[in-house]
Design a protein around this ligand. Sequence first.
Ligand code: PGA
Length: 252
Amino acid sequence: MKPLIVANWKMNPQTLTEAKQLFNSVKKGLKNIKNACPGLSRRVEVVICPPFVYLPQLQTTNYKLLKLGAQDCSWKKKGAFTGEISPSMLKNLGCKYVIIGHSERRKLGETDEMINKKIKAALKIKLKPILCIGETEKERKEGKTSEVLRNQLKKALNNLTIKQFNNLTIAYEPVWAIGTGNPCDPLEAKKALLFLRNFFKKQLILYGGSVNSKNAIPYIKKAQFQGFIIGGASLRAKEFIEILKRVSKAQW
Ligand code: PGA
């Protein structure tokens, strides 16, 4: 499986025009990198996860290197669920991935049980879930990181078949590192990664939390993560492309 670089645009940008501009800048930047580094598409997959409303406009089936993902999905297929978006609607718009259980959604009340249902619903129609897990600052200080990760996984992955389990991607995102400009030290993140490797032998494990072009590489080289979820830095085309450039040169 190829390493993944996931851009989580969160609730940005504010207009469709800006969304298209950002998307096209990333596409252009990627093409340039690809020209300089022809093996890139074999080595890394880049996923843009914009707000739902921009997905139809950014649908891009003709550019192999840039995939689309969503930031969430419903666990329901269809019907009277006001405000919800089903996995099949996302698939129909060209999404290949969906982020599930992001800490910003958990803060709004999403539970591990809901996450479990969303994962199953996504997998059912072959939309690839990227499951986010991570500890809060308080839990970290209390030395509970492994316990928190284990509990989140146990509930989120309840009753999954082996095949479903094998199709997951996991993102380790310490809550305290997300959007704070205070990334987790790569060696500390590595401890979480090694813990997760006990359960996930083949699946991709990504790191997320204040990643930028200056700090990204050690997560690959020192900690052996297989990609990133990038929030703030993915909203600045130049910065995001710089990350991709550096990552494309790194040995995975
Ligand atoms: P950040 O966000 O890069 O802004 O910390 C990460 C995320 O949203 O997963």
